[in-house]
Design a protein around this ligand. Structure first.
Ligand code: ADQ
Length: 735
């Protein structure tokens, strides 16, 4: 029976070893709840770190620990203290966490930590592979494990892999500063489905992939190597029922908890007093210091509220090994001290501050007792506390003030949405919340509560898994065989058995690597040498086939003894003819209409340029910002399309180029005609571009068609890049 393997940095439990006694406590966090059904279904297993280093689990206890974990359907990756330092406190929390939350000033780049991150990610991937069986699927979580999907894919190419990022994905301008940015993206692209909390993060990720990996995109699908990778947003929910029921129980219970009694005892002296709640991990992304300053500003701006309102602030200790967290702790301590010192009276302290984790029941007490929740992260992937607060407001009263920088603000837009840097706005919103009529509170909260109840954490997990299955259902069926030793040997053997061999070789991207400027892609002495060797064998007929104009090709290859086909099949030069022959009857009278339009687009699209060929016009946008270029190309196409309709002219889309040319002229047609005249017993066609696909489909079925690079293709084989092409051609030349 197939199963799902969940992979996250920490296992959903905590381990305590007391002498020889092993105590396992399952955690009750949101992720553990959401994934419960996925985890418990069949032979499901959760892979992660137990929280104890190799030193903390003695060799003789290790098997017993693993046995205990197995009972919980878990398996642990064992890590040394050094690995935890470099991987978790190092690269994860000193590089990725600050960078992805736009804290560039806190972001450190250390080669050794990056290397530890790679080796620890490999440990996670290895343990997954050890547990994988045919038909299993894997769901990898969060920023600590960004390389794991690709590491699994390398060894298990057909496994279904999903990846979810719980923190924001930053804009390309921030992400590009990471020295290992391509490796990180390639790591994530090992997945079939990549999920984020919001569409903004999807957008940022797609933009980085487009710019750094030069992949083709179609809406939210990315063509990557032989696969389609789907990217989408899945806003994570909470275990609504659990919070809502606990709140109902709290509200009807006759006995009062200690914290509740305390809250009541400290309820303020003047009537009509209110409590403002703030809960987070103590993290600089949560905007805790700014929240305190904004609250201070509120007390100054609206002194009538002094002694009538209190900020109950709960901060959970977090990552205390990282220096910025220690600094933050000191900063918060000082701010709380200063504000309390400044405003406190005999009967009132404005800020009530707890620095600790709290049992679930106490959290519920706070959610239920505080009339306002003030959550002001400066960046937050989602923010579940906001949703938990709303879920606990069983009578629908209460006001949520939420930062627009939290992913949750997109779903909770009936809250008072604020910019955490705008103290004026925060102070005014606190006042608005304090004065908001019950009816308005209820109408806002009801909408939010219904939404949170519907899209709960279980639904989030189910939808993600459903999408993972669907993505694979539309996986392209065509899978060109990747070159390897066996395939290469078979092809060479087949080639050497034939005597009248015809070879069609595309130029840019096949024989010559792509350059930023097409005019720089001049043939190298090495290329001339390889082609000469191939031509030297009388069994070979060599044809270079290109979209380039005939003049350029003539200046490069005009005196070479092989055939040339240019402008996608318009011109042919055979070695036995002194001049070029026009293969199709075409004209260029339409240039005068289309050229001015292209010129207009070129003028206001920096980096673009027009190439004038004998019978076609090409608009190149390889040097334009990729997103902008792609949009301008769509616009140009839409402008030209109605003008050329019914004129026997077509728009052909190549790689970062739009070409307007006579319709029906393409490499496939030209190559087929050439093959028919020549009568070979073997045909090989190689190309990298969309325009080469015509050759792959139009040439006879037994053609050996080879795609260069990663893009989707109709070719039978796939070769990595131009340097591999040249190696292969050299081997062909020897046969
Ligand atoms: P976090 O940064 O941890 O999560 P958040 O989403 O708010 O942030 O979750 C915090 C959780 O901790 C809540 O479930 C809350 O109840 C609990 N909690 C808070 N204070 C507590 C206390 N004092 N005692 C006990 N429990 C406490 C990361 C991302 C978020 C994203 C989540 C989920 O940074 O942006 O929403 O993952 O994807």
């Amino acid at each position: 029976m197939s199963k799902t393997i969940i992979v996250s940095n920490r296992l959903p439990l905590s381990l305590n070893i007391n002498n020889e006694n092993i105590e396992v406590t399952p955690s009750v966090g949101g992720l553990a709840t959401g994934l419960k059904s996925v985890h418990h279904d069949g032979n499901g297993i959760w892979i992660g770190w137990s929280g104890l280093t190799e030193n903390e689990v003695s060799d003789n206890l290790a098997p017993q620990v693993e046995k205990e974990l197995k009972k919980q359907k878990c398996s642990s990756v064992s890590l040394t203290e050094k690995e935890v330092d470099g991987f978790y406190y190092g690269f994860s929390n000193r590089t990725l966490w600050p960078l992805f939350h736009y804290f560039s000033e806190f972001t450190e780049f250390h080669q050794d930590q990056w290397e530890t991150y790679i080796s620890v990610n490999q440990k996670f991937a290895d343990l997954v592979i050890e547990n994988l069986e045919d038909g299993d699927q894997v769901w990898v979580h969060d920023y600590q494990l960004l390389l794991v999907p690709q590491m699994i894919r390398e060894q298990k190419p057909d496994v279904k892999i999903g990846f979810f990022l719980h923190i924001p994905f930053p804009s390309y301008e921030v992400f590009r500063t990471l020295p290992w940015r391509e490796q990180i993206l390639n790591g994530m692209m090992g997945a079939d489905l990549i999920g984020f909390h919001t569409y903004d993060y999807v957008r940022h990720f797609m933009s980085s992939v487009q710019r750094l990996l030069n992949c083709e995109m179609n809406f939210n699908q990315i063509q990557y190597e032989t696969r389609n990778v789907k990217v989408d947003s899945f806003p994570m929910g909470i275990d609504f029922e659990k919070f809502h029921h606990a709140a109902q129980k709290h509200n009807t219970s006759k006995t009062k908890s200690e914290i509740q009694l305390s809250l009541e005892k400290h309820r303020l002296i003047k009537g009509d007093t209110k409590l403002i709640l703030s809960i987070d991990r103590l993290d600089y992304t949560k905007g805790i210091a700014k929240r305190l300053l904004a609250f201070e500003y509120f007390l100054e701006k609206f002194p009538e509220y002094q002694e009538k309102v209190r900020l109950v602030m709960l901060a959970v200790p977090s990552r205390a090994n990282v220096p910025q967290y220690q600094d933050l702790k000191n900063e918060i301590d000082q701010l709380v001290g200063r504000i309390n010192g400044k405003f406190s009276t005999v009967n009132w302290t404005p800020v009530w501050y707890f620095y600790r984790s709290m049992p679930f029941e106490n959290l519920i007490d706070l959610y239920c007792s505080c009339e306002i929740a003030l959550l002001t992260p400066v960046r937050d992937g989602m923010n579940l506390v906001a949703k938990e607060y709303i879920a606990c407001r069983t009578d629908h009263t209460g006001v949520l003030i939420l930062s627009e920088m939290a992913g949750a603000s997109i779903e909770l837009n009936e809250a008072l949405i604020i910019n955490p840097n705008n103290f004026e706005q925060v102070a005014n919103s606190i006042k608005q919340a304090l004065e908001m009529p019950d009816a308005e509170q209820k109408s806002r909260n009801k909408v939010m509560q219904d939404r949170i109840a519907r899209y709960n954490v279980e639904r989030w997990a189910t939808e993600f898994m459903q999408n993972l299955t669907d993505v694979l259902a539309v996986k392209p069926t065509n899978r060109a065989l990747k070159f390897n030793k066996t395939i290469e040997n078979q092809l060479l053997e087949d080639f050497s058995s034939k005597t009248k061999r015809l070879l069609f070789l595309d130029y840019d991207g096949t024989l010559s690597p792509f350059t930023k400027k097409p005019e720089d892609a001049i043939p190298t002495p090495e290329l001339f040498e390889v082609l000469a060797e191939l031509h030297a064998n009388p069994k070979n007929q060599l044809v270079l086939i290109t979209g380039r104009d005939k003049n350029t090709f003539d200046s490069w290859f005009g005196d070479q003894p092989y055939s040339l086909i240019t402008e996608h099949g318009l011109w042919l030069k055979s070695p036995d003819q002194s001049d070029w022959k026009l293969l199709e009857q075409v004209n260029n009278s339409w240039f005068e209409v289309i050229y001015p339009i292209m010129m207009r687009f070129t003028d206001n699209t920096p980096g673009s340029k027009i190439e004038i060929k004998n019978y076609s016009l090409a608009w190149h946008y390889r040097n334009v910002d990729p997103e902008y270029g792609a949009n301008r190309a769509i616009e140009l196409k839409a402008t030209i399309q109605p003008i050329i309709a019914n004129h026997n002219i077509e728009i052909m889309e190549g790689d970062k180029v739009l070409e307007i040319k006579a319709s029906g002229v393409n490499k496939g047609k030209a190559a087929s005609r050439f093959a028919l005249d020549f009568g070979p017993d073997y045909i090989l066609a190689m190309g990298d571009d969309w325009t080469d696909e015509h050759m792959f489909t139009d040439l006879p079925d037994d053609t050996v068609s080879i795609k260069v690079g990663n893009k989707i293709t109709e070719a039978k084989y796939r070769i990595k890049d131009t340097s591999h092409v040249l190696d292969f051609l050299r081997k062909l030349a020897e046969n």
